[in-house]
Design a binder for this molecule. Structure first.
Ligand SMILES: Nc1ncnc2c1ncn2[C@@H]1O[C@H](COP(=O)(O)OP(=O)(O)OP(=O)(O)O)[C@@H](O)[C@H]1O
Length: 454
């Protein structure tokens, strides 16, 4: 239900008109003057504020300025007497949606509210389209047709309209932020804001005042009160990236917000109500952090209502060509270069690479390759040494312990040599200087077969 706040110093006016609005299906709250209205605004979200201009304690223009500064997505309508049109014009310049002249005609009021709500709806659709277009044009959406990505896409679409809290886990650069955007855009709160916070980017105290907001004078430098991200996310989605980096203190404060849907700003005593969907992401294994005692178990269960896993690129190598093609096209256009392709040999190497930085690494590499390609197709020699070197192995030995790496090397090496000698065991044993019997034993121990790669 859409929420309206009416502000006036005339109690009987407030009573009559708020009843009319309630009767027309709007959740309507009244405030007897500016200060009371600002208190209400701190605690709750309103789609529209209708305020009188001439009020003794704080006039409507002051109220408008505060609302535009702190709650920019709320629309403000001004009510003015016939004699004070100039105030109304000033209000329009300051960002009021419209002004209405008293005595108010009920039909006119209802029509204006209807139009204002349509405007809000259009505005939010527009914002979403804009962000969709910019991310399509520049960043791309969740690209890939491999089974893990197809499954993930299905999970996102099933989860999005439930409004449940989601925890996205996955290595860095696997597209966790894109997943969060998709959840929001297809969620029940899609008309509301999508507010993002990277918990790893800020020191604890700065992060605290960023999320919770602060009151004037809460700390040195807090010259004015500032709403936090919780408040900005009202009616929308809050995306807490790198949630595993939150200190235990902030974890317990966050838990309270999720349980009770209320909190106080830093340095404040007033309790503020909020309601938003939480999407959290981490590249840590939070269950392990819980075991270690560095992440609160109760918070873990609160945020992990629906777990989504963003797969690493090396587990969906069939998506590498389409991702490369996508980023090659983008960077060739952006850098004004002729379109280039990747040779088959180079593609094979790229598919075998470990991609520790996942799609982000692939994207950055593509940009570099386009810069240095000079319009030539990307061949194996143009790839950086570390990729070429590693691409010759079918797995990344840097992830293995010594015994594993030794076994892995022996298998790769013997498979290669045997293949080279058409599986002639005597010739191979002689060439690599081991006894024939030992080679046979190794083949058995390492389970090397003719169809083993290399
Ligand atoms: N499947 C994908 N399709 C297209 N682009 C992708 C995909 N996955 C990631 N990207 C791109 O890779 C970059 C990194 O993605 P994103 O920031 O979403 O990763 P992340 O998992 O949130 O990383 P981090 O944990 O480091 O914050 C972005 O530019 C994003 O557009």
């Amino acid at each position: 239900m859409k929420r309206i706040l009416m502000i006036d110093d005339d109690l009987s006016f407030l009573k009559i008109y708020s009843e009319i609005l309630k009767g027309s299906g709007y959740d309507t709250v009244t405030a007897y003057g500016g200060p009371e209205a600002l208190e209400l605004l701190e605690e709750e979200y309103f789609d529209i504020v209708i305020t009188d201009v001439a009020m003794p304690e704080m006039n409507g223009i002051e109220v408008l300025k505060r609302i535009k500064g702190e709650y920019p997505s709320t629309l403000v309508m001004m009510l003015t007497g016939e004699g004070s049109i100039s105030g109304a014009v000033e209000a329009m310049e300051l960002g009021a949606y419209t002004y209405l002249i008293k005595p108010l005609e009920i039909d006119q009021l209802l029509l204006n509210i209807k139009r204002a709500l349509e405007y809000l709806e259009l505005n939010s659709e527009n914002q979403q389209l804009k962000s969709r277009i910019s991310s399509l044009g520049h960043e791309g959406r969740l690209i890939g047709s491999s089974a893990p990505i197809a499954e993930l896409r299905e999970q996102i679409m099933k989860t999005a309209p439930t409004n449940a809290n989601v925890l996205i886990t996955g290595e860095s650069g696997t597209g966790k932020e894109i997943i969060a955007d998709l959840l929001h855009e297809n969620g029940l709160n899609k008309g509301g804001p999508m507010i993002k916070v990277n918990c790893a980017a800020l020191a604890e105290s700065v992060l605290e005042s960023e999320i919770f907001g602060h009151e004037k004078g809460a700390f040195t430098g807090a010259l004015a009160a500032k709403p936090g991200r919780f408040e900005l996310a009202r009616g929308g989605t809050l995306f807490l990236d790198e949630i595993g980096e939150l200190s235990l203190k902030l974890q317990s404060k966050l838990l309270r917000v999720l349980q009770e849907k209320e909190f106080e700003r830093v340095g404040g005593t007033k309790t503020i109500k909020v309601d938003f969907r939480l999407i959290a992401a981490t590249n840590r294994e939070l269950s392990k952090e819980v075991e270690k005692g560095t992440f609160r178990e109760d918070l873990y269960y609160r945020i992990n209502v629906v777990p989504l896993v963003s797969p690493p690129l090396r587990e969906r190598t069939e998506d590498i060509p389409v991702l490369l093609e996508h980023y090659l096209e983008i960077y060739c256009k952006e850098l004004k270069k002729a379109p280039v392709k990747v040779t088959e040999q180079a593609m094979e190497i790229l598919k075998k690479y470990h991609w520790k930085g996942n799609v982000r690494e692939l994207k950055n590499l593509t940009e570099r390759l386009v810069v240095f390609s000079d319009g030539r197709d990307i061949n194996a020699e143009m790839l950086p040494e570390e990729i070429r070197g590693q691409g010759n192995w079918s797995q990344d030995f840097r992830q293995m312990d010594f015994q594993e790496a030794k076994r892995y090397f022996e298998k790769e090496y013997l498979s290669y040599m045997l293949k080279k000698n058409q599986w002639n065991i005597s010739v191979t044993a002689e060439e690599i200087k081991i006894a024939r019997k030992n080679l046979q034993l190794k083949i058995k121990q390492l389970n090397i077969r003719k169809d083993t790669k290399k």
